[in-house]
Design a protein around this ligand. Structure first.
Ligand SMILES: [Zn+2]
Length: 255
């Protein structure tokens, strides 16, 4: 299928100074990262992920939960960010106000080079104390597991949001504000089904933003978005970038 970007999308993106992007599992899937459930193979197939990713599970069996995250971390480290992640790094350069919000915990945006990221669900490459909450700078995978907090002696846990836990207030506020103030909102590879992240595109739309959905699959957002660009983000975003950058080069030649 030949991909083409509608002219109105290009023009809106060229004219905007405030752009907000929300990414979800789809963008990581293009790096070969299986979804939560697809990752439950071998040893892990007998566990329900929704019963591992909870504070209760960690309290009951910290080593089991730690090992599960170690397994997922290894899988992520063996994979690479894809052209969609890199295109977002470049896209940011074109805007005075650019906010990247992600629901993913794999840290691919960071590895690709994005630095201003609102990680709504945390990042499994970081840890913090289960008891006192203070982040730890690192840990020794060879030592006792889970590692121990140097401050209080509690167990270190992955710095992610588990089922039954609230999203970090401050990050959520920042995300809402960015959605409200954006002129163009790109929703990429998210099923737009999990709250509260799912409300971000709706907030942007209500505040007058131009909403573009990028997803190979049809979601409920595809229906209400100004445009649904159907296809992999790793193909669509580099193409978008080409169009936007192309215009700027042309105008420089004009002067
Ligand atoms: Zn502690």
């Amino acid at each position: 299928m030949e991909l083409s970007i509608p002219q109105e999308v290009i023009e809106r993106l060229r004219a905007a100074s405030r752009v907000t992007v929300l990414t979800g599992a789809g963008i990581s899937a293009e790096s070969g990262i299986p979804t939560f459930r697809e990752a439950q193979i071998g040893l892990w197939s007998k566990y329900d992920p929704t019963e591992l990713a909870t504070p209760q599970a960690f309290a009951r069996n910290p080593r089991l939960v730690w090992d599960w995250y170690a397994y997922r971390r290894e899988m992520i480290q063996a994979a690479q960010p894809n052209p969609a992640h890199y295109a977002l790094v470049d896209l940011e350069q074109h805007y005075e106000h650019f906010t990247l919000i992600t629901q993913n915990v794999d840290g691919f945006h960071w590895r690709a080079g994005s630095r201003e990221i609102i990680e709504l669900h945390g990042n499994l490459n970081r840890v913090r104390c289960f008891d006192c909450g203070v982040p730890a700078p690192g840990w020794d995978e060879e030592g006792e597991l889970p590692p121990i907090c140097a401050l209080c002696g509690g167990y270190l846990r992955p710095d992610v949001v588990w089922f039954g836990e609230g999203l970090p207030e401050q990050k959520l506020r920042q995300a809402y504000r960015a959605a409200e103030q954006s002129q163009v909102f790109l929703s990429i590879g998210t099923s737009a089904a999990v709250q509260p992240a799912a409300s971000l595109p709706l907030i942007s739309l209500r505040s007058g933003a131009f909403l573009v959905e990028i997803n190979p699959e049809e979601t409920s957002l595809a229906i209400i978005a100004d445009y649904w660009l159907q296809g992999p983000a790793g193909k669509i975003l580099p193409l978008l970038l080409q169009h936007i950058a192309g215009e700027e080069q042309a105008s420089e030649e004009d002067t």
